[in-house]
Ligand binder design. Structure first.
Ligand code: UDP
Length: 482
């Protein structure tokens, strides 16, 4: 069949919708624009995202690696360690799969699966890492790796505080992903190892585009020219088409009934959850803003208080049950709350949507950029704070809200209702800051569209990569027939 004749790219997605979704979109473009066959490989364990998996385009083959035992890991194993173990233990299965692919042309593991890169070496195919995040995250990883060049194995150094990255990005310790804040963090060493393997890749594909991080792109160009780091290809933004999305269409019908540019969309991604207290503050802040809203509500995170856990069982897994008493009733003409998941690309591209209160996951960010929707940056974990720094600072398309100590003696930190109300109003109607951010969102939308237009920078970068893979495959094909 023609599939057997086409050069075949295998892409490997670590668990999580945020990794799977952009990799699926990369795969689709390789198939539709460049004539490859593509198989997207996933793991069976850990965080599964049925919604994301069901949205993989039909032209992309999928394969799930068989489950591997992880029960022997101690209960307190950090998520990242479990992930690294999962990948490591799955390598034999992946090897078997790769060997069964005719015309294998390249292996593309994401950022967290770089342990698979040596398999490409074994099969002598090019190995390209995919970064579902941005170049700032990659720059952080590169700094960490280079900080340890010449340092004896097992010894770890702390990153400087603040850490200066290209483009005037200045990251304070608290803005770094937890694992990078101290060399004593249990997973710091894992990330270092991951970074060192990334440095061995033949190339690195990143879900960003030139105008998003121009200074960082330039820095990596320089590094590649000096042989200090593999060539980096900004090939984004990868935003799936809304027609691939699954999920409740009730919110789209609701949006259809709202005026143009009137709705604040609120979502914290596939993994973000707020505390019960924070949920109540957000509800109050939205309500007080007077604006219309569409809120994707997830189960609250439990802060350890048994009483709340108790309720969790009573409330039967319905996140809407955690909203403050009477809130839905009072806001029923203004707002819609949906449980767990919304078709986000369709929501963001809907004309009624005007603003996005977001955890700044990078996919959500790229989606907001592509739709020209300005953001309120409310980062929660992973590299989200770093993204928020970039979005508020060098990119300038977000206002940021910050959690503060509740009161003297209070033990939690929350973003207050007042701050939420103010930020929403500023973003929707503010004549200075708000206006600048709204205008910048429009400019970035144009730049993003440009990057993927014919002759656009991202499109050309992916063409270059595709040509390299094909040339390599053609060479090898000849060598085999000889
Ligand atoms: N997503 C969605 N509906 C939801 C929540 C998330 O479609 O209700 C999609 C979102 O569009 C994005 C991905 O899931 O493509 C989340 O990735 P992101 O990097 O933004 O955040 P993460 O979930 O990895 O924290």
């Amino acid at each position: 069949s023609t599939d057997k004749q086409r050069p075949h790219v295998v892409l490997l997605a670590s668990p999580g919708a945020g990794h799977l979704i952009p990799l699926a979109e990369l795969a689709r473009r390789l198939v539709e624009h460049h004539g490859f066959a593509a198989t997207l490989v996933t793991f069976t364990d850990l965080i599964s995202s049925p919604e994301a998996l069901s949205g993989v385009p039909a032209c992309v083959f999928t394969a799930a690696l068989p489950p591997v035992p992880l029960q022997d890991l101690p209960a307190a194993t950090p998520m990242e360690t479990a992930l690294f173990e999962l990948v490591r233990r799955s390598l034999p299965h992946l090897r078997t799969l790769l060997r069964s692919v005719a015309q294998l042309a390249a292996l593309v593991p994401d950022f967290f699966c770089s342990a698979a890169l040596p398999l490409a070496g074994e099969l002598s195919v090019p190995a390209y890492v995919f970064v579902p995040s941005n170049l700032t995250a990659l720059a952080l990883m590169r700094r960490t790796v280079e900080l340890h060049d010449g340092v004896p194995p097992g010894e770890h150094r702390d990153l400087p505080d603040p850490l200066k990255l290209p483009g005037g990005v200045l990251l304070r310790r608290a803005d770094l992903p937890r694992a990078f804040r101290s060399s004593n963090e249990p997973v710091y060493a894992h990330h270092l190892e991951e970074g060192r393997r990334n440095r061995q890749a033949d190339g690195i594909l990143v879900n960003t585009f030139y105008e998003m991080e121009p200074a960082t792109v330039e820095e990596f160009r320089q590094a590649a020219a000096e042989g200090a780091w593999p060539p980096v290809f900004p090939v984004g933004p990868f935003v799936r088409s809304g027609s691939d999305e699954t999920g409740d269409s009730a919110c789209l019908e609701w949006l259809d009934r709202q005026p143009t540019g009137s709705v604040v969309y609120v979502s914290f991604g596939s993994g973000g959850s707020l505390s019960v207290e924070q949920t109540a503050e957000l509800a109050a802040g939205l309500e007080a803003s007077g604006y219309r809203f569409l809120w994707v509500v997830r189960m609250p995170s439990m802060d350890g208080s048994d009483e709340e856990e108790e309720h969790g069982r009573c409330k039967n897994g319905n996140p809407l049950a955690w909203l403050p008493e009477g809130f839905l009733e009072r806001t029923k003409d203004k707002g819609l709350a949906v449980a767990a998941w919304a078709p986000q690309v369709r929501v963001l591209s809907h004309p009624a949507t005007a603003a996005f209160v977001s955890h700044c996951g990078w996919n959500s960010t790229m989606e907001s950029v592509s739709c020209g929707v300005p953001m309120i940056a409310w980062p929660l974990y992973a590299e989200q704070r770093m993204n928020a720094v970039v979005l508020e600072g060098s990119v300038g398309m977000a206002l940021r809200v910050r959690p503060r100590a509740r009161d003297a003696g209070g033990d939690g930190v929350v973003v207050s209702r007042g701050e939420i109300t103010d930020a929403v109003r500023e973003l929707m109607e503010g004549q200075e800051k708000g206006r600048a951010v709204r205008r910048q969102a429009g400019d970035m939308q144009q730049a993003a569209a440009h990057a993927w237009a014919p002759e656009g920078s991202s499109r050309r970068a992916l063409e270059e990569v595709a040509a390299t893979w094909k040339a390599w495959r053609a060479c090898r094909g000849e060598a085999v027939t000889d």
